[in-house]
Design a protein around this ligand. Structure first.
Ligand code: C2O
Ligand code: CU
Length: 540
């Protein structure tokens, strides 16, 4: 079904948080932005008018957009930016997704404030694979920076250290009671006793993975990244930036007030702050201090991460069929590193005038001057090269205490990997350690959901680890948390022709070059080829 077109105006709007006001870029004045409601298989157009002061693009995170990379959104990958005063009409094609996804700006760091939920309901005549909840709430986790996010990215690009921590994490735009002067605005949901609520949790945080829990309430997690999973009963979740989770929560505790809380998980001490909102029983006492979730894991609790993550499995039955590639045509082994590169005249703030740089297979991605999609479609030369390597240039003990010096200095370039139409692809992401400060990396792929077939700690071992893969019911997701000092393996069928970005969803790593792109070739017919471009494309 074609849904009624939506018009968005992006403009600067003044918001006050943590006792200080600033102008932030918003959609229609809202922070977080508006929720899009569609049904599975719908087609939706969103006209975006940029009345802000920076270039911007919008991405529909987790929407596969079959054959339609033109509306995917990443800046200089599938389009050139919508400049101030200009506009662009996105045509969003929903296909197999069902559940919660989200949208966000995909240019510089604008996504800090420009983001919101996408709710994909089942098709008419079908229903959830669980009892219909009594009500639902989107829960958008995000970051608040007192300063100008555009300044923060500038310094992140010149800097030699971790300079860009946010000032608060937020739930639906609010830092919550535990932060300075945030109490009056704390987000609150009102519930009735004995009901079941669907929480649609989105991790839109810029740089932190989080644990999330509600005091004295258990969760049943039923969906992730726009697909159903086998129900998981738990009293907390772990969610990495880019991911979404659908959670059922039954209000069977005594009628009172409870905190829901999200706390950063940090392997290295980076930002261990906690944001809260309130779950309030309508007929409960109002004046009590809410109970805090004692089940919320501590910020370094790596076992809590693994124990939750390993339970996630796809819902696979007659109604929900999945199709995991059992054999592989193209294997990639991709190392993920943070190092540093020299700056002209040693002008940056890092050691010896260098700056931090991040890389995949030791290539630090450079943004092209013309978007890759247009360069590919119109065969404009000199924009990218097709030599993204299948393996890293050096094999070493990836997860040992220190990386060798040659790996600390990546090469730079705009390199893509070309995939044959319908080929089965496996990527093993291998984390590496820099200065004993490795961390998790949420790797996100545009244009696809992939199967997360395996994960482990240490160095991937090709002779034994594939034997442990789950090729039966692995979760079908769009963002995988590659464990600190470990690896994660994914598989997908390259059945979506186009140009598709892949990157770490920690914003500072992506800005530092932890990115690459795939070109998936056309099939042999028109209906297996990239669609025609829209009549209007934003000029570069
Ligand atoms: Cu959620 Cu490339 O993005
Ligand atoms: Cu990363």
């Amino acid at each position: 079904t074609t849904v009624r077109p939506i018009n968005w105006v992006l403009n600067e709007t003044s918001y006050t948080r943590l006792c200080s006001s600033k102008n932030i870029l918003t959609v229609n004045g809202l922070f977080p932005g508006p929720t899009l409601y569609v049904r599975k298989g719908d087609r939706l157009t969103v006209n975006v008018q940029n009345q802000g002061k920076y270039n911007v693009t919008i991405h529909w995170h987790g929407v596969k957009q079959p054959r339609n990379p033109w509306s995917d959104g990443p800046n200089y990958i599938t389009q050139c930016p919508i400049k101030p005063g200009a506009n662009f009409t996105y045509e969003i094609l929903f296909s197999t997704e069902e559940g919660t996804l989200w949208w966000h700006a995909h240019s510089d760091w604008s996504r800090a404030t420009v983001h919101g939920p996408i709710v994909v309901y089942p098709e008419i005549g079908t229903s959830y694979p669980f009892p219909k909840p009594d009500a639902e709430f989107p829960i958008v986790l995000a970051s608040w920076f007192k300063g100008d996010v555009m300044k923060i990215i500038e310094s992140a690009l010149e800097g030699g250290g971790e300079t860009n921590k946010s000032d608060a994490l937020t739930i639906n735009g609010q830092p919550g009671d535990l932060y300075n002067c945030s109490k009056p605005g704390t987000f609150k949901i009102l519930v009735n006793s004995g009901k079941t609520y669907l929480l649609r949790v989105i991790n839109s945080i810029m740089n932190e993975e989080v644990f999330f829990a509600v005091a004295k309430h258990n969760f049943t997690v039923v969906g992730m990244d726009g697909a159903y999973i086998q129900p998981i009963k738990t009293n907390y979740i772990f969610i990495t930036p880019g991911q979404t989770m659908d959670i059922l929560m039954t209000t069977n505790s005594s009628q009172s007030r409870y905190y829901m809380a999200a706390r950063a998980y940090v392997a290295v001490v980076y930002d261990n702050t906690t944001t809260t909102a309130i779950v309030e029983y309508i007929n409960g006492s109002k004046n009590s201090t809410p109970a805090f979730p004692s089940n919320l894991p501590n910020y370094t609790d790596i076992n809590a991460v693994t124990n939750f993550t390993k339970r996630i499995k796809a819902l696979a039955n007659d109604d929900y069929q999945i199709n995991v590639p059992q054999k592989v045509d193209t294997n990639l082994f991709v190392t993920i590193s943070v190092g540093s590169i020299p700056c002209p005249n040693d002008s940056c703030d890092g050691p010896n005038g260098s700056r931090l740089a991040a890389s995949l297979n030791n290539v630090s991605f450079e943004e092209p001057a013309v978007d890759l999609l247009q360069a590919y479609y119109r065969q404009i030369g000199g924009i990218f090269t097709t030599d993204f390597p299948n393996v890293p240039p050096y094999f070493f003990n990836f997860t040992a205490d220190e990386m060798p010096d040659n790996v600390l200095i990546p090469s730079t370039g705009t390199k893509v990997k070309v995939l044959e139409y319908n080929s089965n692809v496996e990527i093993v992401f291998q984390g590496t350690n820099v200065l004993s400060a490795a961390e998790n990396h949420p790797m996100h792929l545009h244009g696809f959901s992939f199967y997360h077939v395996g994960s482990g700690f240490g160095n991937f071992d090709n002779s034994t680890d594939p034997k442990g893969y789950n090729l039966v019911d692995p979760p079908e997701i769009n963002t995988v948390g590659v464990p600190k000092n470990g690896w994660a393996a994914i598989r997908f069928k390259a059945d979506n022709p186009g140009v598709w970005f892949m990157h770490c969803h920690l914003e500072r790593h992506s800005s530092w070059g932890m990115d690459m792109a795939f070109i998936v070739k056309n099939g042999s017919t028109r209906s297996t080829s990239i669609r025609r471009p829209p009549r209007y494309l934003n000029p570069c």
